[in-house]
Design a protein around this ligand. Structure first.
Ligand code: SF4
Length: 273
């Protein structure tokens, strides 16, 4: 087994354990492995779908029972498929795919554009400088990935040179995000940056014209979850704020708007953060 394969396996097992035990993925240090010969132990099926690892209880489905009798979808299943996905060219340059992390049924689902170098190295979303700023922005309004948020990206593998993901990369990856949104059922979606705002709102309008207000985001009707609507707020990406301080004030205005809506939805939400 290669070091990359072992990292993916360790991350999958830890992710499954975290979701089953705590409902969110815990921050972890980087996994360090060396390549060696590996005898297949049955932790994965041949098609790349996750099987129950030895000694671990089967993952608890997070969705309602599937009406057609098929296995219900789960965040675990999405993460397992992402780790083995090769549906677009980004898979060939990744160290680690980054499915996302946070709590189940979050108050806020934060959606960025794609992993950067630090995220690719660690397999976790928003962990570099921009991620640290995002954590501070969220904390300023009583939110965190440990308590009441889930953080994901439009594409799960790093675009080279940290460029924006291309439409032909976003298209095949959107199915993973769509499943995550249906499973997570967030109270609010926060798009950070124009890539996710454009993709979800199907527009190419400027961030200046999209931010500062909630827009209803319609989640497609499926047999498993039915259709539902989530208020979506778009704001500037933390990396844009780091590069241009003039975005700080409007981003803060957006966060205040977010906090106001969260208090309307759940007056004591900050008590649990
Ligand atoms: S970016 Fe998405 S579609 Fe492309 S290989 Fe990664 S997981 Fe698959």
């Amino acid at each position: 087994m290669t070091a990359d394969e072992k990292r993916s396996l360790a991350r999958l097992l830890d992710t499954a354990g975290d979701y089953l035990r705590d409902g969110y993925r815990r921050p972890r240090a980087e996994y360090t492995f060396t390549d060696d010969a590996f005898k297949e132990n049955g932790a994965f099926k041949e098609n790349g779908a996750a099987a129950t690892p030895p000694g671990m209880a089967a993952p608890t489905p997070l969705a309602a029972n599937s009406p057609d009798g098929a296995a219900p979808d789960s965040l675990f299943a999405v993460a397992a498929e992402v780790l083995h996905c090769s549906a677009c060219p980004l898979h060939s340059g990744r160290q680690n795919a980054v499915p996302g992390e946070g709590v189940v049924h979050p108050l806020v689902l934060v959606i960025g554009e794609g992993p950067g170098a630090d995220e690719d190295r660690l397999g976790r979303p928003f962990v570099g400088k921009a991620g640290q700023l995002l954590d501070r922005m969220l904390a300023s309004v009583g939110l965190s990935r440990e308590k009441n948020c889930f953080i994901a990206n439009m594409v799960k593998c790093r675009p080279p040179g940290n460029r924006d993901p291309l439409p032909e990369e976003i298209a095949p990856c959107s199915r993973f995000l769509a499943r995550q949104i249906r499973l997570l059922k967030p109270a609010i979606i926060l798009c950070v940056g124009k890539v996710s705002a454009h993709a979800l709102l199907k527009t190419d309008a400027s961030m200046g014209s999209l931010r500062g207000r909630f827009t209803p985001y319609e989640v497609a009707d499926t047999q498993e979850t039915g259709g539902f609507t989530v208020p979506l707020l778009a704001t500037y990406h933390p990396s844009a704020i780091l590069h241009d301080e003039s975005y700080k004030r409007p981003a803060w205005e957006d966060l205040k708007l977010l906090k106001q809506r969260l208090r309307e939805l759940s007056p004591d939400y900050e008590a649990g953060a």
